[in-house]
Design a protein around this ligand. Structure first.
Ligand SMILES: [Cu+2]
Length: 116
């Protein structure tokens, strides 16, 4: 009885890592006028991207793969606020930017590489 119970527990334990690979995480800090990424490279697959606004103005975030047409977005975040989006990212080169007013032209743009 006891041996059977332990074996079942061991199987459950071994099954967990394969079933749930944790999403890659990226934090983006917005200020006037820059985007600072916690990392420049990310593994392809499920990802959580968080925008943290350390600036004095409102900012948002746009994300597009170079050559792609889909634009992923985090809506406007007030100063001191944060928000996140979940996405499944394909390998490639990406550009992140703030779409408010002329913020992108003023420097709120950053590259990101997603690798296999
Ligand atoms: Cu902005």
């Amino acid at each position: 009885m006891r041996r059977g119970f332990l074996a079942a527990g061991l199987v459950a334990l071994l099954a967990v890592p394969a079933a749930a690979a944790p999403p890659a995480r990226l934090q983006v800090v917005a200020r006037e006028f820059s985007l600072t990424l916690s990392r420049q490279r990310l593994k392809a697959g499920p990802a959580i991207i968080e925008l943290v606004n350390f600036g004095d103005d409102a900012h948002d975030l746009r994300l597009r793969r170079v050559g792609g047409t889909t634009i992923r977005a985090i809506a406007t975040v007030r100063p001191g606020g944060h928000a996140a989006l979940q996405a499944r990212l394909l390998p490639g080169h990406y550009v992140l930017w703030c779409s408010i007013a002329d913020h992108r032209a003023r420097g709120m743009q950053a590259p990101l590489v997603v690798r296999r």
